[in-house]
Design a protein around this ligand. Sequence first.
Ligand SMILES: [Cu+2]
Length: 436
Amino acid sequence: MLKYICIAIAVLVGEAVAKAAFPMPRLASSCSKTVVRRDITTLSPAEQERFARVVREMHRRGWMDGFGSMHDHISHQIHGNDQFFAWHRRFLRHFESLMQEIDPDVVLPYWNWGTYWQNPYSDPVLSSSLFGGNGRPTDNCVMDGAEARWGRNYPTRNCLTRKFRYGASTGSFWPMRAVRDVMKTAKTHAQFRSRIENGAHGIVHLGLGGDFETMWAPVDVLFFLHHAMIDKIWAEWQSRDPQRFQNVDGYDSAHQPVTADSMMPFYGEEVGTALSTNGPGYCYVYDDVPAPPAVFRKSKVMMTLNMATNITDSDVDTEKAQRKLPALPVEQSLPMEQSPPAEQAQDSNQDDDSGAADTSNGDAEEAAAQFFVNGRDPAEASAKIVNFVPPSPMDSAWLKQRNYDVDEAARMQKLVDDVVAKINLERKQGTGASAR
Ligand SMILES: [Cu+2]
């Protein structure tokens, strides 16, 4: 008990200091409702605009600098070790809760880079109607989309930058089929974390370049959508075994074991409290991942804190209700018909590697393939199946500099190469295989 009181005092002091510049709302100890995080491309134009409005306001208040700075300062504690998944889940929830201070009905969407894994630079998410694309050639400043001409004040005063890996293009990302391969084969949390962090996760940071490939990447809101995708992938892996909502394994940056009782850096809450997306204070599910079972771990630290400051669940809820802004003139309900098709939801839990996988994205993949036949006769191109291209290896200097595991990255490179070769072979044989 004394331990938790000490931690609670430390958290309260830390909060007071942090609050001066950057709000750190404490998580509620219950859920008044559970929200659905969706693929941003399935949001209606009005919902997308509403989201853009909120993030512009967060930027105006300087909060994006706060997120970039915070992530950069503790980067070695939250990357390259098994705090990675839980800490980033908490970090996303922090971001989402600040979004909700501005507009209580906005939910963090995710960026499904698996849809346009072949030609991410034609992904609508990277278009001017959403997050904008590459920085301009002269100074890499992002000039279009929701973050057009944004400035940042961390780590220096500059514009927000992106610098795609290959000039005009980012290079390929991972197809979901390769991600699901990892979901299937990784048995422990540590294995799964290392494979995802050093594979599918890293390639997106490297591909977008500029601020996105640094440890202050959270100055770019797109960081949160990319990490929501990573969080969704973790949630899907967890949904395959209920034990994964209760326990973690592996090591932290100080080579101490990570357990459900370990504290998350900066937040001072137990890792165990972040293991379920719809546990107390988190209160969300993903649109195509089965909802976690209703077994939650309540934080001993938070209960002690709430006792110390007399905050009860009902206070938190009332406080939230009072903060509600007047309703905005847009539809409030989530249009369910815009959710991914049912086949995809089934596919998310499917271990079967065969051609029975979801093919709803075939058009995007064919369009993606067309990119690589630029300059060829279109008739010839459509008559011929053009091979998909796997992501190219991440440079080892880049990996080392950012504390990635070079050996794991090489193993993941082999895995994604093999999966893409398999997809290409199946396409050639006309077995109707899908990359997802
Ligand atoms: Cu991170």
